[in-house]
Write a protein that binds this ligand. Structure first.
Ligand SMILES: [Zn+2]
Length: 209
């Protein structure tokens, strides 16, 4: 579920639609939470679908840490990529504003953290931090840097309004983080390791040790 102070807006011809703040969303605000209305699809389910459905799911879903494709039911599925995003996902089913998002500014996240397939490769986000090529393994490469950004916003998370708190599934874990009893879970916990095609049917390397 996307933050209530947002709306779908046409950005430009190149980007299409995006999700824009309608009021100030302060740094530390939870901007999205996976909720019970979001739909999940196993890869085999998607393979069994007709091509037009597969194209829709390819465009609008992200992949969670267990390899399931998640289709957000609300405008959250229109959040665009930036290599310097306004929102990031720690190791929970939610995203947090890593800086103040002004009214009219887009909510963006980093598709390198969404386990997307190799289809989305060339980026023209225009940020000085632009990586040019977006790769599913960017999450592994940049986890330290992204975690540092996320951990820096923890003190703000406690202070700002959290209109999505009701929907947060990991409330106890986050309360431990706020109380200083545990660090914020690393974004790496959302990583899904894709098996190379030739290894399908074998034990996953990680599971085998
Ligand atoms: Zn970029």
């Amino acid at each position: 579920m996307i933050h209530p102070a947002t709306e779908l807006r046409f950005i430009n011809e190149q980007v299409g639609y995006g999700v824009v703040a309608t009021a100030l969303i302060p740094r530390g605000t939870i901007t999205w939470v996976k909720d019970d209305l979001d739909q999940t699809f196993a890869p085999a389910e998607i393979r069994a679908m007709a091509p037009p459905y597969r194209q829709i799911l390819d465009k609008y879903t992200y992949v969670d840490e267990s390899g399931l494709h998640v289709l957000c039911w609300d405008i959250a599925r229109f959040v665009n990529h930036s290599c310097d995003p306004t929102c990031r996902a720690p190791g929970y089913d939610l995203e947090v504003a890593v800086r103040d998002i002004q009214p009219g500014q887009e909510l963006t996240d980093d598709y390198g953290s969404l386990n997307i397939g190799p289809g989305f490769t060339t980026c023209r986000c225009g940020s000085p931090r632009c990586r040019q090529e977006i790769d599913p393994d960017d999450l592994v490469r940049h986890a330290q840097e992204w975690d540092a950004e996320l951990r820096a916003v923890v003190p703000s998370m406690e202070k700002v309004d959290q209109p999505l708190w009701f929907f947060v599934q990991e409330k106890a874990q986050l309360e431990d983080v706020f109380a200083g009893r545990a660090p914020m879970a690393s974004c790496l916990e959302t990583y899904y390791e894709r098996r190379p095609a030739r290894a399908r049917g074998q034990t996953r390397r990680r599971a085998g040790g």
